[in-house]
Design a protein around this ligand. Structure first.
Ligand code: SF4
Length: 332
């Protein structure tokens, strides 16, 4: 085995310190960040804040896009959800299983994480850390440079690949030691702990729960769409209403043949009904009225036109009016 480790890298301070501690030992560190499947299809992680945080560290940073395997787990996580729709325990197990494959392919000696013993009430409790390690099939192969002294020596330490004496013994929720180390190493650009995971956000989670309850064949595009616009469900049909020009462009670019796109001929929002290529007249009528509510239609028919693009053609309908109370019945 080479003097080489695979680091699960979040861009947060703990993962920066984990990297630095290993690099100082002369270990080759290959960092990996796993992207959750709700990113924009053309998202470029190499220009993200995570990539920026790794600048200056002598290591290679790679991004791995999670896809259908992650979504399958997200729909029914064996260990359940956290406060929102975050399946943290199963998410970590999945990341570690992927990292294990990478470790084998790279002929690396271990996997490292920035975990700190006792930092989080659930997923970073020692018994849970050990459970996650076992579930991923990585017993004694996960090195936690910040809290190594709280765990049995890993195989890499026993083999002399990693010097245990140079590892740390940070414990608990306090950040004092990490802040001192950040100062020492000159780390200024790093993400906040657990920051950025949409699955922990209440608003996103509420939309996701509603989607999971109504549709079992979810795609990464569906998860990205949850980030955009206003959402309505009319007679069981999802309608996403753009809030600005950017979202309008996104909806247009995301549209495929199985979707219905609504394009207002007055100053108003575009709308997308994902996965529905043939809508009933009453759904179209209500959707057009919602577009008029959020737009600025005129009084004449031609100033209230909405073009509905379906798989088999298009039609023009005239947007009527709808009361806010009625809109609220459809709003998600
Ligand atoms: S916060 Fe998000 S990315 Fe982090 S473990 Fe939980 S679900 Fe996974």
């Amino acid at each position: 085995m080479k003097k080489k480790g695979i680091l699960l890298f979040s861009g947060g301070l703990d993962s920066l310190i984990a990297a630095q501690v290993l690099i100082e030992q002369g270990i080759t560190v290959k960092a990996y960040n796993f992207l959750l499947p709700y990113e924009k299809p053309d998202y470029n992680p190499y220009s993200s804040a995570i990539a920026k945080s790794a600048h200056g560290l002598d290591m290679e940073l790679n991004f791995v896009q999670c896809g259908d395997d992650y979504i399958k787990m997200l729909l029914d996580p064996p260990h359940g959800y956290g406060k929102n729709i975050n399946p943290c325990i199963d998410c970590k197990i999945l990341f570690l299983r992927k990292a294990k494959e990478i470790m084998i392919n790279e002929d690396a000696a271990f996997i490292a994480t920035g975990e700190v013993n006792g930092q989080r009430p659930m997923s970073q409790r020692k018994d849970m850390i050990i459970h996650i390690e076992k579930s991923a099939g990585l017993e004694r192969m996960i090195l936690r440079p910040l809290s190594a002294r709280f765990f049995k020596p890993t195989l890499a330490e026993e083999a002399g690949i990693v010097n245990r004496d140079a590892l740390l013994d940070i414990n608990g929720r306090g950040r004092k030691i990490q802040m001192e180390m950040a100062k020492k190493y000159g780390f200024t650009d790093y993400a906040t702990p657990a920051g950025g995971c949409l699955l922990t956000e209440p608003h996103y989670s509420a939309r996701a729960k509603e989607l999971f309850a109504t549709n079992k064949s979810i795609t990464s595009r569906d998860l990205y769409l949850l980030r955009l616009g206003r959402h309505f469900r009319i007679e069981g049909v999802k309608i996403v209403v753009a809030r600005n020009a950017d979202e309008t462009n996104n909806l247009i670019n995301l549209r495929n043949n199985n979707d219905t796109l609504f394009s207002t001929q007055f100053q108003g929002p575009s709308m997308l009904s994902p996965g529905n290529s043939k809508l009933s007249d009453s759904v179209k009528k209500t959707a057009a009225a919602i577009a008029a509510r959020y737009g600025k239609p005129g009084k004449e028919d031609k100033e209230r036109e909405v073009i509905v693009y379906e798989r088999d053609g298009q039609e023009t309908i005239i947007a009527g009016s709808i009361a806010d109370e009625q809109i609220n019945c459809f709003k998600l």
